[in-house]
Write a protein that binds this ligand. Structure first.
Ligand SMILES: [Zn+2]
Length: 221
């Protein structure tokens, strides 16, 4: 039975690199793959960009209103017509930005079409709250795999601190794309708590008003 896989990690844990490697492995053995990503991410436009320097254009972009199952089937049919070769795997980058229904669509691709789906994404936002797509993937994926990266202190990083300039911020919308006005640093839980003044996501709401404690301990030493 084909499965839905969710490979998640903090920022800079090599998700795009792992996705591009997986695509390469399939194609090296003569298989056909489709690459997709949600449209909300403007960081790489239509490209999946590995920090190691490899980039590749996706086959299609998933916008907010798209049915991910129908969209896949359309692109699968086009590929089959062009190459006389059916798709062996769907790879989705930035899967945290999918809607619940779009994640369910990925599960249907695996279950009903027998085609494995590999979704890569960030588990939680800068307030340690799950992205919608990641939460749904954690609920329904057959297989969960953590891609690991290291905090500045050497521990495993599990959270994503948001930086404006060289100061951490705990205020703002859930989605602010890396490289626009903010940057992110992968942090372990201990370092995150030090920067946030001891507050995790349960004490905050993305995009909402705060109680004025932002930046209380938010600056770097
Ligand atoms: Zn740390």
């Amino acid at each position: 039975m084909a499965k839905l896989y969710f490979r998640y990690g903090a920022m800079n844990s090599g998700k795009s690199t792992a996705l591009l490697q997986a695509a390469y492995n399939y194609e090296e053995r003569g298989h056909s793959v489709l690459l997709a990503k949600p449209a909300v991410d403007t960081k790489g436009d239509r490209h999946i960009q590995s920090r190691l320097g490899v980039a590749r254009e996706v086959d299609y972009v998933i916008t907010g209103a798209d049915d991910s199952y129908d969209l896949f089937q359309r692109h699968r049919a086009e590929r089959l017509a062009a190459d006389k070769l059916d798709v062996s795997c769907l790879l989705v980058d930035e899967a945290q930005f999918l809607t619940d229904a779009q994640v369910d669509g990925l599960l249907r691709i695996a279950l009903l079409e027998g085609i494995p789906v590999l979704a890569y994404g960030i588990r939680t936002d800068f307030l340690t709250v799950a992205f919608p797509g990641s939460r749904r993937l954690l609920e329904v994926a057959h297989s969960l795999e953590e891609l690991k990266t290291i905090c500045r202190c050497g521990r495993k990083a599990i959270f994503n601190g948001r930086l404006i300039g060289d100061r951490f911020t705990f205020d703002g919308a859930q989605v602010a794309i890396d490289g626009e006005e903010v940057a992110y640093e992968s942090l372990c839980g201990v370092c995150y708590l030090q920067e946030s003044g001891g507050v995790l996501g349960a004490g905050r709401t993305a995009g909402g008003d705060r109680d004025g404690d932002r930046d209380r301990d938010g600056g770097r030493p």
